[in-house]
Design a protein around this ligand. Structure first.
Ligand code: A3P
Length: 294
């Protein structure tokens, strides 16, 4: 075994560790406050509730995206198309963090479909909204969330540590405890993920009846296709949470876009170009950089 190096600078180490811990705690508290105020701004100023609003309320990984697709397809009789599901059924908890959140909410067609993972007490859904509340077994949700986190991190995480953390923070149970007493409220429809798996057709009819859009027999085949696992798997990019595309992009847009030299200059207004030139020229002079250096 390699000998352990002696602890270097023990006093400085202790002081800096304490400073980092102190500021991490302050940052945690500030972020909590910031998120709370962002949410209050969205809920009580930006949202402007409409009586036709439809909330999809779930604990993460309970089949939220599936329900977003189901509701949107029911509303469009299976003919609804979009680049990304968030364009037609946005995640309100996320909109609260976005500077253009209010504009996106205002621009949604009626009825708005709003996804949320918030607990009942935080959402305080308006009495006249309609809410579809989806539940899924804890173990399935936790495993699904583990895969989700690996995807978001882009690497394989440690499942045992993740499981300990999930059971420790008890978030699944807290979410359930907040929504369960409301599952039979007149404006709430409770759907189990397991029922969707076992008999989707009956669930589609229940959801359609609840939303006042009964499923016509001639629409059923298309609805079953569009809400089926295979279709959603083939259209994965329309549901992938890493691609949060809230508004349609120009055709042909993507990560590898156009490349090339000079497009930036053409896109700038003369006054923007002048401001940028002034900045660049200052640093050029300072560093002695000649014209085509970069
Ligand atoms: P798994 O990770 O267990 O596969 P959410 O949308 O709340 O994040 O939930 C995601 C889970 O719903 C994933 O579960 C995903 O596979 C599942 N799901 C999404 N669309 C589905 C569909 N059409 N049929 C069955 N499960 C679906």
């Amino acid at each position: 075994m390699a000998p352990r190096p002696p602890t270097s600078r023990p006093v400085l180490r202790a002081v800096l560790n304490a400073a980092v811990a102190f500021f991490l705690m302050q940052r945690g508290l500030l972020l909590l406050l910031l998120d709370t105020f962002r949410w209050l701004r969205l809920r009580y100023v930006w949202l402007k509730p409409r009586p036709t609003d439809i909330y999809i309320s779930t604990f993460p990984k309970a089949g939220t995206t599936w329900m977003q697709q189901i509701v949107y397809q029911l509303l469009t009789r299976g003919r609804g198309e979009y680049e990304h599901i968030l364009q037609v059924a946005p995640f309100v908890d996320m909109l609260a963090l976005m500077p253009n959140g209010e504009r996106l909410l205002d621009g949604l067609a009626e009825p708005r479909i709003l996804k949320t993972h918030l607990r009942y007490g935080a959402l305080r859904p308006p009495r006249n909204s309609r809410i579809i509340y989806v539940t899924r077994a804890a173990a399935d949700s936790i495993l699904s969330r583990f895969h989700h986190n690996c995807l978001m991190h882009g690497s394989q995480l440690d499942f045992d540590g993740f499981f300990r953390e999930q059971v420790g923070n008890n978030e699944w149970a807290k979410h359930l405890a907040s929504w369960w007493p409301h599952r039979n409220d007149p404006n709430v429809l409770h759907i189990r993920y397991a029922d969707l798996i076992a008999d989707r057709e009956t669930c589609l009819r229940r959801i359609g009846a609840f939303l006042g859009i009964p499923v016509a027999d001639e629409d059923l085949p298309l609805l079953m296709e569009k809400t089926g696992f295979e279709h959603m798997k083939q259209n994965d990019f329309r549901f992938d949470p890493r691609l949060t595309i809230y508004e349609p992009l120009a055709p042909g847009r993507g990560f590898v876009f156009k490349g090339g030299v000079g497009r930036g200059k053409q896109a700038l207004k003369p006054e923007q170009q002048a401001r940028l030139d002034a900045r660049v020229n200052t640093v050029r002079q300072k560093l002695g950089i000649t014209d085509d250096a970069f």
